[in-house]
Structures are given as C-alpha cells and as structure tokens.
Design a protein around this ligand. Structure first.
Ligand code: SAH
Ligand code: SF4
Ligand code: F3S
Length: 453
C-alpha cells in the first residue's frame, strides 16, 4: 500500500463493513475519524479499496459465522492485489485473536474494541509486512482512546459514555469481549457532543451496555441522570436518547427526568429476556417478572405516551413449555411497542453453555416464531392507535420512492412518511409536527401539521 510515501499525494480508500450493535457502529465511526486523518476516504466498493475492515459481532453464533463467510469473499481480492490490507475488528477479533490469522492466511490485522484508537500504528505495522494482533483488554480508558472524533454524517449520532459490562448474564459473551465497566468523564462526553453538534448533529444516543451503572462503576464523575441533564441542556441538540437500560438498575431519578427534560425522547429500551422467574434466575438477571412489570406500569402511568421496547431470548437451556408460555403471557400483558426476539445461541465460555437442557433448534425456532407472530399483531395495533394523533418527527430527508413526502422518526423511533403541502419548506434535521393518517406494521403515514420549529 505504501502508506508512508503516498500519503501526501494519493487519497486511499477504505471499505468498512460493520456488524453487531451500536457500540460497533460507534467504534466504526471512530475508525473512520482516525483514517480520515491519514488521508483515507470511504468507498462502498471493496474491489477498489486499499484497506478492508470488518467490524464484527459474536453475540450469537450466526453473527460470528457471517464474519467467516464475509472474510472468505476477500481472499481472491488479496491474491490479485497483494498490497491490499485486510483487518478484522470488534468482538470476534477480541474472542478469536491469533486464531483468525491461522484460519485466514490473507488476513493482516486483528484488533479488539479496546484497541480501536491504535488503528494508525497497527496500519503502519501491517503496511511494513507484519501481521498484527492487538487484543489487550485494558482496565482503564487510555488517554486518547476517544481522541479521534467519530465521523458523523447526517443528523443523528451515537456517543459511548461507558464501555464494558459487569453483569455476566449467563448466556452473554459481551463481558468477555468488552471487559469490565468503565465510565468516561462527563466533560469529555460533553465536548464530544458539542463537536458533533457543530457538524450538524441534532440527535444523540448515549451508549453503554448498562447506562444506569454509569459513574457508579468507576471512572465517571456524575450520576447518569445528571449527565443526561447536562446533555439535554446543550444548545443545538434537539433530541437525546440512551441505551441500554438494565431493569434491575433503572431508578426513580431517571424516570422523573422524562417529565422535566423535553429533549429526552419518550422511549425506553428495557430488555426483559424472559417472562419466567425460573429462567430469569438462571440467566442471572437480578429481577423478577413482577418487579419488571411494576416498573413499566409505573412508567406508563406517569407518561402514557412512553414507548417501551424489549429484547427476549427464546429457548434458553431448560426452558419448559410453561416457562415459554409465561413469556408469551408477559408479551401480551406488557404490550411492548416492539420486541427484538432472538433464539438462544450457545456461546462457548459462558456459564449457560454448560447448563443442562439445551433445546433443539426446532423448539427454539418454533418459540421464536410464536413470539414474533404475537408481537406483529400488537405492533400493528399500537401503530393504528396513533391514527389521528399528532406526532413530533425529526426529519431525515425525502421518503424513499416518493420524493413528495418527507421521512423521519418519532420520539419512539417509528418511521413516518409525511405528505407536505407544496411550498412547505421542510429542512432535513428539523423537527416538525404531523398528524398520523395511516399505519402499517413498520411505518406510519402522516400529514404535515405545522412548518419547522
Ligand atoms: N446490554 C444489553 C444487551 C446486549 S446484547 C442488555 O443487557 O440488555 C443484545 C441482546 O442480545 C440481549 O438483550 C439479548 O436479548 C441478546 N443475546 C445476548 N446473548 C445472547 C445469546 N447467547 N443468545 C441469544 N440472544 C442473546
Ligand atoms: Fe450481556 Fe447481560 Fe451485560 Fe447485557 S447486561 S451486555 S445481556 S451480560
Ligand atoms: Fe456484538 Fe460485541 Fe455488540 S458481541 S452485540 S458487537 S458488544
């Protein structure tokens, strides 16, 4: 690639593919920020790239397998162009390390989530012909770890406020790939968001595996609600979101904040995982179904327009037909605005991998499908309930396939296509009010009510 010599005169191209959660999206944006500083531009064609990076996820087996098939696709490319550098980042890189180099002789770099900020140095090494592995998990946040501003495009951005997880839910690989919880200083977070606002960002999502343990887990200097208050007071920012909240840790102070802070979107993602106390216990989640229900019912009593979404795992080891029925009953009772349901996937090294009663793929598939079918009806009913109501939409641009309408998201993240009268000047990145006229399972149709704010 000749990075050193050519950096002055030739712009190089990076092809970057991201799998997994918003943490990975954010890490990818930070990689792009670093690469931009050394004269890389992004391309969506791997065939003309000087550098191919795959940011990976290993939360379920399927996600991991996707990485190997993706990697396989680039083998021929490398043969044709030996100067091409191929790197694997993210949670598979962290888990597999060295082993990936053995598995894929055409791979040059393997680096984990705590090593993203070293990308420039890693590239120099790879460029000089060495194959590099950087998978050290550090206890504290490195100076400079969040140094390069994430590349932000558009009106929305993610900001990591902490990293890692201390919960060790028995099924979950994340604590092994992301290390222990460490919080960032509020001043660093605020200045990162100010930088994003200067680039035109209007909505930020504060990220952490368990944002409710921000600060108490060390490193942070204020409580999570206090941090949210600081972020909400930033001028230029129109919306603030956060995820993920752990049901055992979400507190009264945070819930009150939804009443006081107008910029805080009325949406809470609160993963329940199962509707059976027996299974929740085996998962190590630290709450019961009735504790969970009373929390969300209190929240909905205070804020009737609050959208609540959740994650559910179908077919955890030892889950009986009755346990699963309890989960279905919870879904019917809670009437979530949406659920993200997954079939249990055995992750080597986690506690649940050695639990008795691992279920067949048939049982897990059938239960997953039953959950999805149940929720599809509820989601549509909840969307239909909005017909005739006014919603607040952050405009993202013209609707795909119909440029006469504008597309945006409600506070609870529903997609809305808005018919606008001719002459109404709607700006991307502005908030507008619209009256809902129709609903499908995935989108709302609406008519513009007022102009921009
Ligand atoms: N920190 C968040 C979520 C992290 S992973 C939380 O605690 O809720 C996102 C979701 O993936 C989890 O909520 C869970 O539903 C799912 N998940 C994690 N490990 C899984 C596994 N081994 N099999 C199936 N789903 C899993
Ligand atoms: Fe995984 Fe549990 Fe941590 Fe979420 S809280 S990342 S599910 S261990
Ligand atoms: Fe996947 Fe790692 Fe996120 S395993 S879900 S990319 S923390």
């Amino acid at each position: 690639m000749g990075m050193e010599e050519s950096s002055e005169n030739r712009e190089k191209l990076v092809f970057l593919e991201t799998f997994g959660c918003q943490m990975n999206d954010n890490d990818s944006e930070r990689m792009l920020g670093i690469l931009k500083g050394i004269n890389f531009a992004r391309t969506d064609d791997p065939n003309c790239a000087d550098l191919i990076l795959i940011n990976t996820c290993t939360v379920r087996d399927k996600a991991e397998q996707k990485v190997y098939s993706t990697l396989g696709r680039y083998k021929e490319l490398k043969r044709g162009r030996p100067g091409l550098i191929i790197g694997i980042a993210g949670c598979v890189a962290q888990q597999q390390g060295e082993k990936l180099l053995k598995r894929a002789p055409h791979l040059d770099m393997v680096f984990g989530p705590h090593n993203v900020h070293k990308l420039r140095e890693l590239l120099l090494e790879a460029d000089s012909g060495r194959r590099v592995v950087a998978t050290a998990l550090t206890e504290a946040i490195d100076a400079g770890e969040y140094g390069a501003a994430p590349e932000a495009s558009g009106e929305k951005a993610f900001v990591s406020i902490m990293r890692g997880c201390n919960n060790f839910c028995s099924y979950c690989i994340v604590p092994y790939t992301r290390g222990r919880e460490v919080s960032r200083l509020s001043a660093d977070i605020i200045s990162e968001i100010e930088g994003l606002c200067a680039k035109g960002v209007k909505e930020v999502t504060l990220l952490g595996q368990n944002v409710n343990s921000y600060s108490t887990s060390g490193g942070g200097d204020v409580s999570f609600p206090a941090l949210l208050g600081m972020v909400c007071s930033l001028k230029g920012l129109l919306r603030v979101r956060f995820m993920t909240s752990h049901p055992k840790d979400i507190g009264a102070e945070l819930i009150e904040l939804f009443g006081a802070e107008k910029k805080l979107c009325r949406h809470l993602h609160l993963p329940v995982q199962s509707g059976s106390d027996r299974i929740l216990e085996k998962m190590g989640r630290g709450y019961t179904v009735s504790e969970y229900l009373s929390k969300i019912e209190r929240i909905k009593a205070l804020y009737p327009d609050m959208a609540i979404t959740t994650d559910i795992i179908a077919g955890f080891p030892g889950e009986t037909a009755e346990d699963f029925e309890a989960t279905m009953a919870l879904v019917r009772r809670a009437r979530f605005d949406n659920i993200f349901a997954f079939m249990y996937s055995l992750r080597p090294g986690t506690a649940a991998a050695s639990f008795d009663g691992q279920l067949s793929v048939e049982v897990r598939t059938r239960r997953l499908q039953a959950l999805l079918d149940e929720q599809r009806v509820i989601t549509l009913e909840k969307n239909r309930d909005l017909i005739g109501r006014t919603v607040e939409v952050l405009v993202e641009g013209p609707s795909r396939g119909d440029a006469s309408r504008m597309m945006g998201k409600t506070q609870c993240n529903r997609i809305v296509n808005i018919a606008c009268p001719p002459g109404l000047d709607v700006l991307q990145g502005s908030i507008m009010e619209a009256v809902v006229t129709d609903a499908s399972p995935n989108t709302l149709s609406a008519e513009a009510k007022t102009g921009n704010h």
